[in-house]
Design a binder for this molecule. Structure first.
Ligand code: ATP
Length: 490
């Protein structure tokens, strides 16, 4: 665990040093739990988003994508239940004034128990917590914390307030007109992208002539005033979601829920996440809108945590929006039921897949990061830091490196650059010794390097070096683009 912690800290520093992720507003000492993606991070994020978008929309004839606004009519959040229910139980330590999410405090305590070899007790504590959370039993949760003498990490005391609910939505004001009632101008920064899909259900269904079952996909920013924002980009206050709402005939939701659970796990594996690093975790406490829910968890360096949620949201959202907007939001199903009659009008049920793009990014980076050392043939030690990001999603695919800055080598390299750059991201570099340049490409995760040397002038071949095993081979210059395209498309 301590070792994983160190590796995680190394990864965070590496992300900064090589232009993947920076603390937001760093020159002003940063803004807690808000991050900026640098030149390589933005590209990796885009590649992940594009893969998801392609798998959802291009590869499914019955799923279309939209891009709804972040600001929505405030009634949306009343209808969805977020104004009343989007809150987490919190507890404050009276001595340090530090606020904790109750489940985080208890989980951290259970992790410590487990590390101390008290796994049975840890399991018992977590099971009791699940039961109390499911019943919204706040007095019981406080009693559990006190009974086990759980302490604040700062004050080291057990002097707790009562457990209270804290709403996670950010509020702001809309327009310049002052009103006597401050609530008149209130708008929220959306805490999830899903509602933009629900309120557009009829627009998309009618204009796209969509037939059930069908899905609407969307990627975009979401905002949550997380109390305990921690673990780098795992829990942020501004983050990006990739969500898909799949509209189905009532009664078929469990079939689709199982389908999407398996399809989403398979998708994660398709972008290089090993199956044994993923697992399903069924929810004990269901959200107010759900009749089934699970998390796809990944084994992060700090433990198994949620990467994606699969939720069977029933007809809750569409019905709520129909009630609050007084519009009819239904679907007419022409298909015939077992009695030979059309299914007719109904409110569709929804199965949702919801993955955090930033958490997916962290997943990819924590799998990719490696600090390797070995002994060379001459007995000398050697080492490197490498990001083994799968070629398909790596931000830069090919580095083009003339061995020297003279003798016509840069000209050949530039020609190759011009041939390839329209098809994939390339990086050109002629400074420093070749070994140093390879190491830099390893550190930013470039899967292929091509070196142009004097032999290239004689026989039109180049050295290609593969990042993961550092193997080198000679191939025809004319084959480079084809080879890279083949590797990034598999
Ligand atoms: P958690 O239990 O970790 O708070 P959640 O169950 O509230 O997450 P959902 O509402 O299901 O999360 O959101 C769907 C996905 O959005 C999550 O699986 C996660 O990948 C991502 N996500 C949610 N909150 C955050 C956040 N604060 N920072 C980064 N990603 C987030």
């Amino acid at each position: 665990m301590a070792n994983d912690h160190n590796i995680f800290q190394e990864l965070i520093s590496h992300c900064k040093e090589y232009g993947y992720i920076f603390q937001s507003s760093e020159i002003y000492d940063g803004l807690a739990a808000v991050y900026d993606y640098g030149q390589l991070g933005a590209q990796l994020k885009k590649n992940l988003r594009d893969e998801w978008w392609k798998s959802m929309t291009q590869l499914h004839e019955n799923i279309v994508g939209i891009d709804a606004a972040i600001f929505m009519h405030p009634t949306v959040w009343k209808a969805s239940g977020h104004v009343d229910n989007f809150s987490d139980p919190m507890i404050d330590n009276k001595d340090s004034n530090k606020r904790y999410r109750v489940d985080h405090l208890i989980e951290a305590f259970a992790e410590d128990l487990e590390a101390a070899g008290k796994a049975t007790l840890a399991k018992e504590v977590l099971e009791t917590m699940d039961v109390l959370l499911a019943k919204d039993d706040y007095a019981g949760l406080k009693a559990l914390i006190e009974k086990n003498n759980m302490k604040c990490s700062i004050s080291k005391t057990c002097n707790w307030t009562d457990v209270r609910q804290f709403n996670l939505m950010f509020k702001t004001e809309f327009g310049a007109v002052a009103s006597d009632n401050p609530d008149d101008n209130v708008v929220y920064l959306r805490p999830e992208t899903a509602q933009g899909i629900f309120v557009n259900f009829l627009n998309v269904q009618k204009t796209g002539r969509m037939k059930i079952p069908f899905g609407i996909a969307q990627t975009g920013k979401a905002f949550r005033n997380e109390i305990v924002a921690r673990q780098f980009i795992f829990r942020m206050r501004e983050f990006e979601q990739m969500e898909m709402q799949f509209f189905v005939r009532p009664g078929t939701q469990m079939e689709w829920y199982n389908y999407w659970r398996d399809a989403r796990k398979a998708w994660h594996e398709s972008i290089g996440i090993p199956g044994n690093k993923l697992r399903f975790h069924d929810h004990v406490k269901l959200a107010h809108y759900a009749d089934a829910a699970l998390d796809i968890e990944f084994e992060f360096p700090f433990g198994w945590k949620e990467l994606e949620g699969i939720h069977s949201r029933t007809d809750f959202d569409l019905k709520q929006h129909a009630n609050f907007s007084r519009k009819k939001i239904q679907y007419f199903d022409n298909d015939l039921n077992p009695e030979g009659k059309p299914y007719g009008n109904y409110t569709p049920f929804v199965v949702e897949t919801s993955v955090g793009l930033d958490r997916l990014f962290l997943t990819v980076m924590s799998l990719a990061y490696a600090n390797e050392s070995w002994t060379k043939e001459d007995g000398a030690p050697d080492s490197r830091v490498v990001l083994k990001i799968p070629a398909k999603i790596a931000p830069t695919k090919l580095a083009i490196l003339p061995l020297l800055k003279k003798d016509g080598l840069p000209e050949i390299a530039r020609e190759l650059m011009n041939e390839c750059k329209g098809s994939f991201m390339c990086f050109y570099e002629e400074k420093d010794a070749i070994g140093k340049r390879y190491r830099r490409m390893d550190a930013i995760g470039t899967p292929f390097c091509v070196t142009i040397d004097h032999q290239t002038k004689e026989d039109n071949t180049v050295t290609i070096r593969y990042r993961d095993d550092m193997r080198q081979e000679r191939i025809a210059l004319s084959e480079v683009k084809k080879l890279v395209l083949e590797k990034i498309n598999t």
